[in-house]
Write a protein that binds this ligand. Structure first.
Ligand code: MLT
Length: 315
């Protein structure tokens, strides 16, 4: 509690606002809520940081989220509890290889997931998040555009299936969602036949096919609040349980299995980089101003265009 009081005082003293992702640990999410910041998915985090008047934005999440905040707010100071917090999708899509891939397919519109570096965004025509990917691809498809998609192949395949768009997919995946297993989910569903199965589309095909609802974090949270079921089996990072339980306190939430035998493994469904955001390092960066996000200005100008397109499209 003392640590939290210190962080609150530092946030105020530094005119800083805390923006946290649904996948961060509950104590970070709680603090963001208590201090007038926000807890959200990557799209809403970007929008919130952009609209908030604070001169410093502290992004508790992973690296690309801090970069996005900086690209949208070059005049603000953007800090993160640690710049070491990366993302397997970002790491799995190096800018030089990706750029070469794009060069081989000049006839395709380049659509990248927000989970990418500033350099990859700079090579793209559009940025999307899981909450708006389908709508944006539908829009491009209706204009007859062929798409080059990166980096998450599972989400790409799902969007391809639901929209029928012509999509060439980069071979990337999220290490957390990749672990959800069809067989284990089938066993769990047999134990809880009345439960609704909620699945994030970064999960493998067979798992997505078992879902009652497929959606982004914000869409899955909405499903828990609105579906009549009492029990939910949830296949996404377990950081989301904080917000789900808060908004739907009477519902029973069960983590989808990450092992093929129906056993659940708590630590498996949690992103190790999201977990690097803690109260100690948060206080430390507020005090020292270290772990500041910088984006090269020329790169920033190019990365801003596809990001702004997404924000305008979803406004
Ligand atoms: C994000 O956009 O924040 C992540 O893809 C998780 C999600 O919201 O679905």
């Amino acid at each position: 509690a003392e640590l939290e009081a210190c962080i609150k005082a530092e946030l105020k003293a530094r005119d800083a606002v805390l923006v946290a992702h649904y996948y961060t640990d509950p104590d970070i999410q709680r603090l963001a809520e208590e201090t007038g910041g926000c807890v959200a998915d990557s799209l809403e985090m970007a929008r919130f940081g952009n609209q908030h008047p604070a001169s410093t934005v502290v992004v508790a999440g992973v690296r690309f989220m801090g970069e996005t905040a900086k690209i949208l707010n070059p005049e603000k100071k953007v800090l993160m509890p640690t710049l070491e917090a990366t993302c397997s999708l970002d790491v799995g899509c190096p800018a030089d290889e990706f750029s070469a891939f794009c060069d081989q397919h000049p006839d395709r519109t380049v659509v990248v997931y927000a989970n990418t570096s500033a350099a990859v965004k700079a090579r793209a025509d559009w940025v999307v998040t899981s909450s708006c990917a389908q709508a944006i691809v539908e829009h491009l498809d209706s204009r007859g555009e062929k798409i080059l998609w990166a980096p998450d192949k599972h989400l790409g395949r799902y969007v391809q299936k639901t929209t029928g768009a012509d999509m060439l997919l980069w071979d990337g995946s999220c290490i957390v969602h990749e672990e959800f297993k069809y067989r284990g989910l089938e066993d769990l569903k047999a134990l809880y036949p009345d439960a609704a199965v909620l699945v994030h589309p970064e999960s493998p095909d067979a798992v997505v096919e078992m879902a009652d609802v497929v959606g982004s974090t914000s869409q899955l949270i909405h499903a828990v609040q609105t579906l009549p079921n009492d029990t939910f089996i949830v296949a996404t990072d377990n950081g989301i349980f904080y917000k789900m339980q808060q908004l739907a306190p009477n519902k029973t939430l069960i983590e989808a299995p990450t092992a093929g035998n129906g056993a659940t493994c708590r630590s498996c469904a949690h992103c190790p980089w999201m977990a690097m955001n803690g109260l100690e390092n948060l206080l430390e960066v507020l005090r020292t101003g270290s772990q500041e996000v910088h984006v090269d200005p020329a790169l920033r100008a190019r990365a801003l265009k596809p990001l702004q397109r997404m924000l305008d499209f979803t406004a």
